[in-house]
Design a protein around this ligand. Structure first.
Ligand code: GLU
Length: 263
């Protein structure tokens, strides 16, 4: 197995999914959020430039509005995300604030990165926030994004952000240890794939379909994100998000999750 060396990582993009941020009830998983804020604050204190891509707005909003499940229609999701995004930022502001770290919200649509001028402006905003010592917290602008401009999922969005800011590493925190050779929930022989050098059809088949009912991605969008990021030279790791402090071990070179090697 390859020894991982992330000792040179300076700019880190971490994406956390809805299934990690919330319990099965749809309510916020405070334990996870607290550990995430503490770990990222500490890494930031240690000199890393940290960008967080956080999902959860629609699910948290739906829960707060007492809707039971994520709405199925566009306007329902847009309204729920407006409420949930507010709640999430309130929590991040408080939790990161406890460790004297500052967060700022960036909500994006596809048109913000497609147009050269807007892309350049956006990059300036990221750079200036980082220069000011703030941690950008990014999500899709779900409350205004309609079909033509949606990223659709935050895995792809996080890879686009990682590429935009020339990150050294992209980490996707999710509700499974990494990519398996089969579905570990059904197949006891499914094994964790620790290194991926090439993303091909066989690998996509391993990835199967959709993930939990609360998020949108699943492993397939993680592979798409990894494909995008690794082709921009950014290694991408998928690890379990229930213990965000594992980021320390990951950065120290421990072979956790699945590493998609940069191409
Ligand atoms: N932007 C969505 C939200 O905040 C999540 C998209 C995703 O799950 O990838 O609810």
């Amino acid at each position: 197995m390859t020894k991982r060396d992330f000792s040179k990582v300076r700019r880190l993009v971490v994406k956390v999914g809805t299934s990690t941020l919330t319990h099965d009830t749809g309510k916020v998983n405070l334990k996870c959020l607290e550990k995430l804020a503490r770990t990222l604050s500490d890494l930031h204190n240690a000199g890393l430039e940290v960008i967080l891509v956080s999902s959860g707005a629609i699910s948290v909003g739906a829960q707060k509005l007492g809707l039971g499940e994520r709405p199925n229609d566009t306007k329902g999701r847009q309204a729920a995300s407006a409420v949930g995004q507010c709640e999430l930022m309130f929590l991040y502001d408080r939790l990161f604030g406890e460790y004297d770290n500052i967060v700022g919200q960036l909500l994006l649509t596809r048109s913000d990165v497609k147009n050269d001028e807007r892309r350049a402006n956006l990059l300036n905003t990221f750079e200036q926030m980082i220069a000011y010592g703030a941690i950008p917290v990014v999500n899709e602008n779900d409350s205004v994004a309609v079909e033509e401009v949606v990223f659709g999922d935050n895995d792809n969005l996080s890879a686009i952000v990682a590429e935009l800011v020339s990150a050294d590493l992209l980490v996707l925190l999710t509700d499974i240890d990494g990519l398996y050779t089969g579905d570990p929930r059904r197949d006891p022989n499914a094994a964790l794939v620790s290194d991926v050098y090439e993303i091909d059809e066989a690998l996509r088949t391993c990835a199967g379909g959709r993930g939990s009912t609360r998020g949108t991605g699943g492993m397939i969008t993680k592979i798409e994100a990894a494909e995008l990021a690794t082709s921009a030279g950014i290694p991408t790791v998928v690890i379990h998000g229930e213990a965000p402090e594992k980021l320390y071990d990951l950065l120290a070179g421990e072979e956790l999750g699945t590493l998609f090697h940069a191409r």
